[in-house]
Design a protein around this ligand. Structure first.
Ligand code: SF4
Length: 722
């Protein structure tokens, strides 16, 4: 591999990249020495199981079924040789002793192992009993952004065809559901408009609500390189001093929850100074006049009062955006995880439309998806209102298509319940049983105390996972699943690229791939499911999902393909909307959206808790915390507090504190850090012992996407006497 030229002063973040570029082999992975004999080593190309970037790598396993090393050739995948710390070292969990190896049944003395056929019999009998007694809509299913496309497809097929309900959802509800609703309204599809590769052509990145170098490290690295080597410009809008701030020309440090005011303020200046793209707006958009009326009031001075960002900075940033030849708008959950998330997404889309930065290479609106297959889980219909391919369940002709394909007389026509509504529905007596696949909802949902009480109240709960997660501990039946290194299939990454996942080692113990479990259950319920391999499931997906129609396993052998791909000669679509948008009139739609006044302010709870992720861990830590290297770097969770707030509260680094919101309280260790502004507290949700979502409000949801508020949680802090 060619040695990279480093222009900026790097800080070691333990990414392990030096291992792959050291020209004299002065350093190598310790585990390489434990690999076993050369002829016993198996090398398999597959996809990293962590974030939505979807990096490719070659994983090496010995004849004991242990993965011991990773290689990433410079011509491979979207990452072209780069891997972050999780991709390079995050595979020990595969053979961790905590892995579930056999089905479990809850008894009064705890869980006892049972056979697969016993487990299937109990599930079949209990679901039928509950359906008989309360109707099919008394059963809820949560699918998984970590499972393959084939598995998500089969899960929603099971809920719709075997159970007879549209009560199927997954964790995208809690991260990017506002992208799905917001971008669908603006452009016609809720996905990244452009490709990762095109970031190398962008002149200006506007990054907001995304700590990209930690949450999507390989995309973060690409942005840094382009700023450093090519002189691309970067504007960061974030309340926290994230790593990208060091590379930014302008840092807009707005108050948490004031995103719409800031975005409207930027649009106001661009419009007033005539920096908008008149030809693009006139020819390709709708709703412009109403939008202009809506931003009229967002003068830089007024926006400064709301956001705390100086008016001159807003003007300077707006001019950079307005004058850029190719601008890309990158965001993540800092924009979406609000009870106004859909409007915030629309405000980002407004800026792209106003400046004509969509429908061309190197431009676009790029929502970065968090988990490895959250895009695929949405695409394949693990949502309560749509079948695969975002085809509405309310459309009779679409229902008929699926009825014919699945050979069932009828399918439910009423949109189902979202995961964020599940706890309430359990307490209302509407939901009596649930099937949760690969999702740790007992840590990820808002208002966890209530959610956990709801899990306890269920008459029957099946959880299918690779570990006995916090959620699985509430289950009546636990099914041991294979992880992504133990099965075949496909994932769809954040840029809509469908990629092959390949089996590296055999499943541990009696664990089975999720697609096998779902196939068996479908057959048990009398639904046609004669699949011998995930490729057979994919063939069915292609028949019913227009965006995936031209993609085949054979084609994927040569590399990933970006949807939409309508036929087998279609090359896939690196960027969307070149000629027209996917809306009914083919136009990009502006939306008049407004800042909620006084949002997040609270005299009783004077601090704002905002939550996020860190580079070394993933989601609820079930995999990364069972990986030696990652756990060595960050073995425990903490909350970050600004030193000046700590001084006024008489708290020191390492002290334990109580965080109290209207919805609950938790205790956590303090880490002083001036990355967070005064009045703001930051924590990740990776650590079960700091279940920050206990504090989040599960009631006041975004009206369109039903996402709860995770980024602006009013709290108070109480020191715990030592
Ligand atoms: Fe894996 Fe994401 Fe890191 Fe790539 S950036 S190696 S997909 S965790």
């Amino acid at each position: 591999k060619q040695m990279p030229t480093i222009f900026y002063k790097p800080e070691c973040i333990s990414c392990g990249e030096c291992l792959s570029v050291c020209p004299v082999n002065a350093i190598e992975e310790k585990k390489i020495r434990e690999r076993g004999k050369k002829w016993e080593i198996k090398e398999v190309e597959t996809i990293c199981p962590y974030c939505g970037v979807g990096c490719s790598a070659i994983y090496k396993a010995n004849n004991k079924g242990e993965i011991f090393a990773v290689e990433s050739p410079s011509d491979l995948g979207v990452n072209k040789g780069d891997l972050c710390v999780k991709g390079r070292f995050g595979f020990d969990f595969v053979r961790h002793p905590d892995r579930l190896k056999t089905p479990l049944l809850r008894t009064k003395d705890g869980f006892k192992p049972i056979s697969w056929s016993e487990a299937y019999d109990i599930i079949h009998a209990k679901f039928l009993e509950i359906r008989e007694k309360y109707g099919p809509d008394a059963i809820m299913g949560l699918s998984s952004a970590r499972c393959t496309n084939e598995e998500n497809y089969l899960f929603q097929k099971f809920m719709r065809a075997a159970i007879g309900t549209n009560n199927v959802d997954h964790c995208a509800r809690l991260c990017h559901s506002s992208t799905v609703t917001g971008l669908k309204a603006a452009f016609g599809a809720g996905a990244m408009t452009n490709s990762i590769e095109e970031l190398d052509e962008t002149d200006l990145y506007f990054v907001t609500g995304s700590n990209t170098t930690e949450t999507h490290p390989i995309i973060g690295r690409r942005i840094k390189r382009n700023v450093d080597r090519r002189g691309a410009q970067l504007i960061v809008a974030d309340p926290r001093k994230i790593e990208l701030v060091k590379f930014a020309k302008i840092w807009l440090q707005h108050r948490p929850g004031t995103d719409i005011a800031l975005l409207n303020g930027l649009a106001h200046v661009i419009y007033k100074e005539g920096l908008w793209d008149k030809d693009f707006v006139n020819e390709r958009t709708a709703g412009f006049d109403e939008f202009v009326r809506a931003i009229e009031d967002y003068t830089p001075e007024k926006v400064e009062l709301i956001t705390g960002v100086k008016a001159e900075q807003i003007i300077e940033a707006a001019r950079l955006i307005g004058r850029a030849r190719k601008a890309t708008f990158i965001y993540a959950m800092g924009i979406t995880q609000h009870r106004y998330g859909t409007d915030a997404v629309k405000a980002v889309a407004n800026l792209a439309l106003l400046t004509g930065n969509v429908g061309r290479r190197g431009t676009g609106v790029d929502p970065l998806r968090g988990q490895n297959n959250v895009q695929g889980a949405c695409d394949l219909g693990a949502l309560p209102n749509v079948f695969p391919g975002y085809q509405p369940v309310t459309d009779p002709s679409i229902r008929m298509k699926f009825e014919q394909e699945w050979n069932v007389p009828s399918l439910p026509d009423k949109p189902g319940i979202a995961v964020s509504e599940m706890a309430e529905a359990v307490f209302d007596g509407k939901i009596k049983a649930a099937y949760i696949m690969g999702e740790n909802a007992a840590l990820t949902d808002a208002e966890l105390r209530k959610f956990r009480q709801a899990l306890e109240k269920l008459e029957f709960l099946v959880v299918q996972d690779i570990f006995l997660s916090e959620t699985a501990q509430y289950a009546d039946i636990v099914l041991p699943a294979a992880c992504s290194f133990e099965k075949d299939g496909t994932f769809t990454n954040t840029e809509r690229r469908v990629q092959r996942v390949r089996k590296v080692v055999d499943p541990i113990g009696f664990a089975r791939p999720d697609w096998v479990i779902l196939r068996d259950l479908l057959q048990k319920f009398g639904i046609q499911a004669n699949y011998k391999h995930p490729a057979d499931v994919f063939e069915e997906i292609r028949r019913v999902t227009p965006q995936y129609r031209g993609i085949t396993y054979d084609r994927l052998e040569k590399g990933g393909i970006q949807w939409p791909c309508y036929h087998e000669e279609h090359p896939g679509t690196p960027f969307l909307y070149a000629d027209k948008f996917n809306t009914p009139d083919g136009k990009g739609h502006f939306h008049a959206v407004h800042q909620i006044e006084g949002y997040g302010r609270d005299s009783e709870y004077p601090f704002i808790l905002t939550t996020g992720r860190m580079r070394y861990h993933y989601h609820t830590g079930t995999m990364s915390r069972r990986t030696y290297a990652l756990n060595q770097i960050v073995p425990e969770g903490y909350v970050e507090i600004n030193p000046s707030d700590a001084a006024s509260l008489k708290i020191k680094d390492g002290d334990m504190v109580k965080l109290i919101s209207r919805k609950g309280e938790i205790t956590a260790k303090v880490k002083l850090n001036d990355r967070v502004p005064e009045g703001v507290v930051f924590s990740t949700f990776h650590f079960a012992e700091i279940p920050v979502n206990m504090l989040a409000d599960g009631e006041n949801l975004d009206p369109e996407s039903k996402i709860p508020e995770f980024k602006v949680i009013p709290i108070r802090i109480e020191p715990i006497a030592s």
